[in-house]
Design a protein around this ligand. Structure first.
Ligand code: HEM
Ligand code: HEM
Length: 238
């Protein structure tokens, strides 16, 4: 086996994305199209349950996307470059920052759970805001690789955007049903068409990132290579 424990933990996020999140994206999208078709024209051959099923799968999808993102972030804040382990090796780790990050994970998970349970508009808004803020604060901790200089092809930024839009979808479920003018329904469709593109980009940028990350025991050698595009030795190894 070429994998160390660290490598296996790194793989948890892509494994959950491929085996759980992406299949659920497929089913949710199929049911979304059926819901639309039934509402617009075909009430005979499409069962009345498709709308309800779409929402059920949609809620599962949103929870899955938030969940796998927290798994990736948990890996990064501990094992990432300048994450907790590296800080500990350099005697720079502050116990308070570990406590605060753990607390932030707890608050984010709790806010997401309460978002699913909240009925009134105000509480759904509050918990959606807390959940989104929690993910964002965790996402900008040291250790998380963001690809800031190439944000337009960054797995991190597309991922963060899709998480926010999933949380928003859950927050507006009641509004979609209550709004007779279809405004919220249209907003939902527009934003989630964008989310589908973001998911596609996540599949592309995620597999690229996986290929670029060396196995933990190969990392000391691989990181001696030149990763600086401005250097004449770019893409060469000693
Ligand atoms: C892959 C992501 C998603 C896509 C592409 C998508 C797209 C759609 C579409 C096309 C409709 C039908 C609109 C119409 O009646 O013309 C719809 C309805 C709806 N969606 Fe989504 N959606 C997604 C995820 C979600 C999520 C995460 C939620 C929240 C949990 C959600 C909640 C709803 C609700 C409440 C309706 C109304 C259902 C009904 O009429 O019974 N959707 N969506
Ligand atoms: C809906 C799908 C996905 C979302 C929302 C998502 C989101 C994220 C986010 C926000 C990060 C944080 C960046 C970091 O911690 O460094 C991340 C990291 C990562 N993702 Fe994804 N991702 C998705 C799918 C995938 C897929 C399909 C793969 C590969 C097959 C993948 C591979 C990775 C890798 C290798 C990392 C960096 C290591 C780590 O932090 O665990 N992701 N992802």
């Amino acid at each position: 086996m070429f994998l160390n424990l660290k490598d296996i933990i790194l793989l948890l996020h892509p494994i959950l994305a491929c085996t759980f999140v992406f299949p659920v994206i497929g089913i949710t999208t199929f049911l979304a199209l059926q819901t639309r078709q039934r509402r617009l024209k075909d009430t005979t051959s499409i069962p009345a349950t498709v709308g309800h099923l779409h929402v059920k799968l949609g809620k599962l999808l949103a929870a899955g996307v938030v969940g796998i993102t927290l798994v990736a972030l948990a890996y990064s804040v501990v094992f990432g470059f300048q994450g907790f382990l590296m800080q500990a090796e350099n005697n720079a780790l502050q116990p308070l920052s570990v406590v605060l990050v753990v607390l932030m994970f707890v608050v984010t998970i709790a806010a997401t759970v309460f978002l699913y349970r909240a009925q009134s508009k105000i509480w759904r808004g509050v918990f959606a805001l807390l959940s989104g803020m929690g993910v964002t604060i965790l996402a900008f901790q040291p250790g998380v690789f963001r690809r800031d200089d190439e944000w337009w092809i960054s797995h991190f930024y597309f991922g963060l955007a899709s998480v926010m839009l999933m949380i928003f979808s859950v927050a507006i479920v009641h509004d979609i049903y209550q709004d007779r003018s279809l405004r919220w329904r249209r907003i939902h469709m527009g934003l989630n068409a964008l989310v589908l593109v973001l998911f596609l980009l996540q599949g592309i940028t995620g597999t690229r990132d996986l290929l670029e990350i060396p196995l933990s025991w190969q990392a000391p050698v691989v990181y001696q290579c030149n990763f600086d595009p401005r250097s004449p030795q770019f893409k060469t190894c000693p």
